[in-house]
Every structure is written in C-alpha cells, then in structure tokens.
Design a protein around this ligand. Structure first.
Ligand code: PLP
Length: 465
C-alpha cells in the first residue's frame, strides 16, 4: 500500500506521462489491508448481497466471470456430486469422466481443427501453457530461432511474468522491467482512437499494414506466434475488431508460417453472443485459451485448445508436451466447467447473451452517448465499454490525477451497481474506461436497471466534477 511504501521510504514509480503510479484501489493483492470491503453474504442471479443487507447489481459479473449468475444451485449441486465421488487426481496419472466429457464437448463447439483440450486453473496459466506449447512445437520442427511473440497494444493476457510480458499495459509492468521477457508489439484496433475516418471500411487494411510492417522489421522467420483477444477486454473496454481484420491477420501470419493464438479468456464462453468469439470474426486460430466464464466462478478453471496435428508432431518427436501443474485437469475444477456447459445448453445461455446483448448495446448507446463526457460506447454481446473524456469534440481525456473513473465507480458501488474499471489513460492509449459485462443470464429488465443506474451515476458525478 502507499502508506507501507512511505514507512519503508519507498518512492512511487512514474508512468510515461511523469505522474506517480499509484495502483488504484482494486489492483493490489493485499489491498484488503488498506480498506474495509463490504462482506458478501450471498448472491442470487445478477445480484450480490452483503451482511448489512445491501443489494448490488453485479454489472461486471465480478471480473466478467460469473457467467451463470450467483447462487446457481444447479451448477453447485453438480460440483458437489463430483466432490463426493473424487475431487482430485494427479492429471499426469489419471483422467476422469468429467474431464473427458468437458474436453470433448468443448472441442465439438470449437473453431475448426481445435480438437484437443487441457485444463488449468487460471487464464494466466493457460496463456503460459499455450506459449510453451507453441515454443516446443517450433523447436521440435527444427526452427528454434522462432522465439518472438507478437502481441498488441493495448491488450491484457494475464499477470504471471510471461503473460504480463505479453500484456500491452505498460503501467502494469512498471516495477518488473528486467524480469519480463521481450515481446514484439503492434497496435490493436480501438475504434474511438484509431484516427481513421471510416474504421469499419479501412480498419482491417490499416491494422494489417501495421502488422506487416512489424513483421518485416523483426524478420518473419523469427516469429513463433501472434496473440490476440478477438474482442479486447479490460485494456480497451470491449473493443471489437473492424470487419475483415482477423481474415487479414490470418492471411499474413499464414504466409510466414506464424502460429496464431486466440486469447478468449474474457470474450469467450458466450460473452459475445457466440460460444467462441473467434467464430464471430472468422478467426480459426492454431491455439485458443478460455477462462473466467468457463466455470462461472464456481471453481478456478481455464482451458487450452490445440490441434491434433500439432500434438501428433510432439508425440512423434519428444513424446509429448512438456508441461504439468498440480491442478492440471483436477475433477473438482472440470466438474464446474461441465456443469456450467450443461447449464448453458439447458437454459439457452448463449442465445440469451446474444439477444439481451443486442439490447444492452442499443440501450447503452441510446442513453449514454448523448451525455456530456461520454466519448464512446463500444462492444458486442454482453461485453461493453464506455470511454469518458473531458472534451467530446477533441476526445481529450481527463487528467489522470483527477481519477475520474475511480470516483465514478465508487459512487456507482455506493448506489449498488458494481462495474469494472480500466485504470484510465495511465498508458496514454485512451481515456477513462468503464467496463460492463454482466452475468450471461441477465434479463432485459435487469439491463434497464443497469443502464439507468449507470446513466444517473454519470450525470450526478460529472455535474459535481
Ligand atoms: N487473458 C485475458 C483476455 C484476460 O482478460 C485475463 C484476465 O482478466 C487473463 C488472460 C488472465 O486470466 P487470470 O486472471 O484468470 O489469470
């Protein structure tokens, strides 16, 4: 915490704009030492309740996790049944029915060719494993010089050291400099600040050209992989790609043999209104990772999906992928994934996300865009972002020192609406961003409540500002 740093005489780091980096509340592991949190007693659907009896509309499903809502008895019951049978086996010795079923069901839904799955505990772990998989493949193919990964800015791929290296969020990295790995970056599409007159028409060409330039500069034969979130999550407030973008990316990467990795940790599992976001954008990656909504928060779980032919190359070479962790495919975790997937199918959750998602996107634009200080609303399905700016005409962001998004979100929180924040333009890439991503079971009436509370909150907060 800031006070602990003072006690030890620590100095705050500075960001590129010369402002001190103070992690906003919500970003530091030990922040519970610094502030009293409400104590949550239980949840029900899209609502959370604290021990004081206060009700919160969970407009961001936590961190876009609680896909099937809170207090879901059907899901909890299925996990309970599995726990009574067996909760843990060593994933390098055994498999279980829940793990096998989850793997085959996910692969049946997955973009073409992704027919093999493995399960880990978090999005960051899945990203790490995906990168190691790709790297091992290149070594086994006799191209060990392919050791660079291209990532986009802004982006977020996790908080372990390599996943953080891949994350296009400079201020997250500030303290860890020499311990991070070198990666190659290229700009990510963000409609509001693309500088293009017609983003939909010219976006794909524009960003494809930038990628091609990056490749030529680095030497395409040294590149192992290109990683992207099909819809950029927390770092750009739900930014979808311009039409045709992934077809161009795929064509360019294919030309140089570069493997593609889709990070669907946030945008996957129905969030966009399709189970896989890649599908929505005609992206057929070589490797795909899922997390968050896959278990809806009922257990830690992430998935790594790869191609049979790549695994086969390893089997014939070294014998297999060199990776294991204690909680690899633990049935306590995969049972949660299977229960959530069954719940999705039984209750039409993805179809609900598509239908109510369209409604959310329309209502957010209708209600928020006319407000002063709302620069843009973007997103797809039940994943949306709002960028607040000081001046709509010039798109000038608020001074970071004013902590606009932090102030707004704590006011909304006080009024019982939980949304997620990006930490504003600490990276200089955008203004203050609010992230919306409710449970996928949300109804239109609950969307009305969310949008109304958000609009009222923005108006009241900005008037005072
Ligand atoms: N990738 C994306 C796109 C994410 O949004 C996140 C988390 O927010 C991660 C990876 C990391 O996942 P986890 O926090 O489960 O490690």
């Amino acid at each position: 915490t800031a006070s602990a740093a003072r006690v030890r005489g620590g100095r705050p780091m500075q960001n590129d704009a010369g402002h001190p980096v103070r992690y906003p509340e919500g970003n530091v592991l030990l922040r519970h030492l610094a502030r009293d949190f409400p104590v949550v007693s239980h949840g029900e659907g899209v609502y959370l309740f604290d021990t004081q009896g206060k009700r919160y509309l969970d407009g961001s499903a936590g961190a876009l996790v609680a896909s099937v809502g809170h207090g879901n008895r059907e899901v909890a019951g299925r996990i309970h049944e599995q726990l009574l049978r067996v909760g843990y086996v060593n994933g390098t010795h055994f498999t279980t029915e829940v793990t096998e079923q989850l793997a085959s069901r996910l692969c049946a839904l997955a973009p073409e060719g992704l027919t093999r799955a493995a399960f880990l505990g978090s999005g960051s772990e899945a990203v790490e494993a995906a990168i190691k998989f790709i790297r091992q493949l290149w070594v086994e193919r006799g191209e060990p010089q392919r050791a660079k990964v291209i990532t986009r800015v802004p982006s977020y791929h996790g908080n372990t050291l390599y996943a953080l290296s891949l994350s296009g969020r400079p201020h997250y990295k500030k303290f860890f400099g020499p311990m991070l790995s070198e990666v190659v970056t290229t700009p990510a599409p963000y409609p509001y600040r693309s500088g293009l007159e017609d983003y939909a028409r010219d976006g794909a060409d524009h960003y494809a050209r930038l990628l091609e330039e990056t490749l030529q500069r680095e030497g395409p034969g040294t590149i192992a992989a290109f990683i992207a979130e099909p819809v950029i999550g927390s770092s750009a407030g739900a930014s979808p790609p311009p039409p045709g973008y992934f077809a161009r990316v795929q064509e360019i990467c294919g030309r140089y043999g570069i493997l593609t990795l889709a990070d669907e940790v946030m945008c996957g599992c129905g969030r966009t209104g399709r189970f896989f976001a890649s599908e929505l954008y005609d992206f057929t990656p070589d490797v795909l990772v899922l997390g968050k909504g896959i278990s809806g928060g009922y257990a830690p779980l992430s998935a790594l999906l790869v191609r049979q032919e790549h695994l086969e190359q390893m089997r014939l070479g070294s014998g297999g992928f060199m990776h294991a962790q204690t909680y690899l495919q633990a049935p306590a975790m995969t049972a949660a994934g299977l229960a959530v997937l069954d719940y999705y199918e039984r209750h039409g959750v993805v179809a609900n996300a598509a239908r109510v998602g369209q409604y959310l996107q329309r209502r957010l634009r209708e209600v928020l865009l006319p407000l002063p200080f709302v620069g843009s609303v973007q997103g797809v399905g039940l994943m949306a972002g709002v960028e607040l700016v000081e001046d709509k005409a010039s798109k000038k962001p608020f001074e970071r020192s004013r902590k606009v998004v932090e102030g707004l979100l704590s006011e909304l929180f006080a009024h019982g609406l939980v949304l997620w924040s990006n930490t504003g333009h600490a990276d200089g890439t955008n203004g203050d961003l609010v992230m919306i991503g409710p449970p996928l079971i949300i109804t239109e009436a609950e969307v009305d409540e969310l949008v109304e509370k958000l609009a009222r909150g923005i108006t009241a907060f900005m008037e005072r500002l």
